[in-house]
Design a protein around this ligand. Structure first.
Ligand code: URA
Length: 439
């Protein structure tokens, strides 16, 4: 087999064999297919989407491009969670230690930022010392010891996704449903968990902008999971405004820790409280799916208890230390801070009607918080912190967001871009969400 006819098959809307997709996954993993040919295939696959069967074959081939973790010997249930990606989506940093504090064994493989959405790997990489390249053995040893381990894609686990993911990010081919499905589910297969909760984001800050599209992605995830022998639960959640207050890698880690740390509860801004609600609901959905709690209400009680008792924060500390960072409760824990911090004030009075997340996400990307080229280095310190959320009353001249930038010019550009992201209205918009549907 050579790759050129495989590109032509996709370009012409043909159907791949399983062998062709294995050739693709292995070639992406070992570097024997060059980036330009993979990029051409990705664009063809964006324009001529893979069938359900092709998606399942690609998913299995990507999972098999590296090792698959065998979790036997670790306490059950083994759980994993994944999001399709959103602006300000730092949910995993809260939900993983929360679930581990509730007694589950949590194993997760995360991705880098993709398009306007941030990636958990980039967020945790903003923490000095935090390793996101654990070996399979390290994953298992750590999960046995503290109930939780997270890694990025390494040469050992789903390496084909590492290559394809980085290329999709910079070739405008992220938003294809079969490509998203194979990317997510290949990592979940490689991770070895048997309870998998997927957070399908829906709205201007997600790849699926409408509920209809999010439902189509959900159906595809469920269908491919079944073909691959994976049990998954899907929650469709609102992404029509940035999630939480912070957007930007180090800023989001700080926000996630503020949700976990009961000493800081009480002074959280509105957007952060909405984010906290999403985290507790997703954690409760996971406890229910794992059969640990008999129903949603008792699951929610267990989750609230893990948060308010400090058990979840204690678990987060163990996790950060185990992966090479300082204890987030200690003085030696310092996150990178931006050169320049600028407050931006509201030009209007009324209620915040909309905050367009694509403009916010794009602004953070251009501040240096994401990549425009595969090889771009991320600036972990930059980003935005929103002081208001949809529904907040505002007066003229009241601070509505803060820019964290590396220079005045970069802050000027972000200010202009984000000013257009806000819509104001005379009436208060009804609150949406956070969970729209569970399947
Ligand atoms: N998360 C992933 O891991 N892959 C995607 O394609 C989108 C979100």
């Amino acid at each position: 087999v050579t790759f050129l006819p495989i590109i032509a098959t996709r370009r012409d809307g043909g159907v791949h064999t399983e062998e062709e997709l294995r050739f693709l996954a292995n070639g992406a993993a070992d570097g024997s297919i060059p980036d330009y040919q993979l990029a051409a295939w990705l664009m063809a696959a964006y324009l001529n989407p893979l069938t359900a069967q092709e998606t399942a074959w690609l998913t299995l081939a990507m999972a098999d491009s590296g090792e698959r973790l065998d979790l036997s010997g670790l306490p059950k249930p083994w759980v994993d969670k994944h999001s399709t990606g959103g602006v300000g989506d730092k949910t995993s940093i809260v939900v993983l230690p929360l679930l581990a504090a509730c007694g589950l064994t949590v194993i997760k493989m995360s991705g880098r930022g993709l398009g306007i959405t941030g990636g958990t790997v980039d967020k945790l990489s903003a923490v000095p010392g935090f390793r996101v390249d654990l070996t399979p053995e390290e994953m298992k040893t750590q999960a046995r010891r503290i109930g939780l381990a997270l890694t990025g894609q390494t040469p050992a686990l789903a390496p084909a996704d590492k290559t394809l993911y980085a290329l999709r990010d910079v070739t405008a081919t992220v938003g294809s449903i079969p490509l998203i499905v194979s990317s997510i589910l290949s990592k979940k297969l490689a991770g070895g968990a048997d309870v998998i909760v997927l957070d399908v984001k829906c709205g201007s800050g997600a790849f699926m902008k409408s509920l209809d599209e999010a439902q189509r992605l959900t159906t595809a995830l469920l269908e491919t999971a079944k073909l691959c022998g994976l049990q998954v639960r899907v929650a469709i959640t609102d992404m029509s405004e940035p999630l939480g207050a912070a957007v930007g890698n180090a800023l989001e880690v700080a926000e996630a820790l503020s949700v976990l740390d009961s000493r800081r509860r009480g002074d959280l801004p509105g957007g952060t409280l909405r984010f906290q609600r999403l985290c507790t609901e997703l954690a409760a959905i996971t406890l229910e799916a794992a059969g640990v709690s008999p129903d949603r209400d008792s699951a929610l009680r267990a989750v609230s208890e893990a948060l308010s008792s400090g058990a979840a924060m204690q678990k987060a500390s163990e996790w950060f230390v185990a992966q090479g960072a300082s204890d987030p409760r200690s003085d030696s824990f310092v996150l990178p801070a931006a050169q320049l911090v600028r407050e931006v004030r509201s030009p209007s009075a009324g209620y915040v009607g909309k905050i367009h997340c694509d403009a916010v996400g794009q602004a953070v990307l251009e501040l240096g918080g994401g990549r425009l080229l595969k090889t771009d280095e991320i600036d972990p310190a930059v980003g935005l912190v929103l002081q208001v959320e949809v529904g907040s009353p505002v007066r003229v001249g009241e601070a509505i967001f803060t820019i964290h930038a590396s220079s005045a010019e970069a802050a000027d550009r972000a200010e202009a871009a984000v000013a257009n992201a806000f819509e104001f209205s005379a009436d208060r918009a009804p609150a949406v969400g956070p969970v729209l549907e569970v399947r």
